[in-house]
Write a protein that binds this ligand. Sequence first.
Ligand code: 8YV
Length: 315
Amino acid sequence: MSKVELLQVGPYPTWDEERLNASFTMHRYFEAEDKPVFLAEHGANIRGIATRGELGANRAMIEMLPKLEIISVYGVGFDAVDLAAARERGIRVTNTPDVLTKDVADLGLAMMLAQARGVVGGESWVKRGDWARKGLYPLKTRVHGKRAGILGLGRIGYEVAKRLAGFDMEIAYSDTGRKDYAKDWLHVADPVELAARSDFLFVTLAASAETRHIVGRKVIEALGPDGMLINISRASNIDEDALLDALETRILGSAALDVFEGEPNLNPRFLALDNVLLQPHMASGTVETRKAMGQLVFDNLSAHFEGRPLPTPVL
Ligand code: 8YV
């Protein structure tokens, strides 16, 4: 029997590519020079899309695939998939929740600590010989005991808060309502109010059209010149122009960011700043988690084409 044909939107680690290639015919979209021509050539027989969180599948792509049945996302975020287009045609969508939650939270904490304590600058201080030449490294900011705000207390926000509790921080969160699993933490409905009472504001919201630019000028100004914004969700949750303006003028103290509009080609204004920590969208990037994510992508596709229930459906 011939193998089911899939569209592969972006590269995966070798172990995932080998497993997918063994079971499916993979059409490597990301290597095609002329993408519309590639879709016109191969689209007719493609029954599934294997994509990544940040790459998704837009309406134009979905419409070029008349036999499409399933979109399997390597990532928890499915905001880049046009769900309306999928729903209209009864196309299933899956993601990879849970397996990445703790790694994403770990990186959020690492970013806060690294940025507050100047870990990256400290290493340059040693390597550039400044320690011997100039003396002691400039003093940095304390983390423990400070006030943390979590914008979005879902799975990732909850794991961030749990870790912050270990640093004796005062924890508050904004979400659609009070969460019964967050009894020790203060619920603050308004994100501006949350920012105003935070030294460190973590953005851990699942992104959607409704949350676009939820962190805008008002939230950023409320966080203020001593505050730090940490984003481990999606760039669309933040008004990037407002953020850049505030960082440049020091209306906001600093930021630690793992995600950017137009990544990997981020706004060059970020590169000129000395009050940001920039990470290459790697919060889920451990071997252990990426292996589990790849397995789930494969398991969802296999289950669908073998007529079994999907392990982690979105639609
Ligand atoms: C990416 C992510 O999918 O989980 C998400 O939503 O954005 C990430 O895990 C990952 O970078 C692989 O591309």
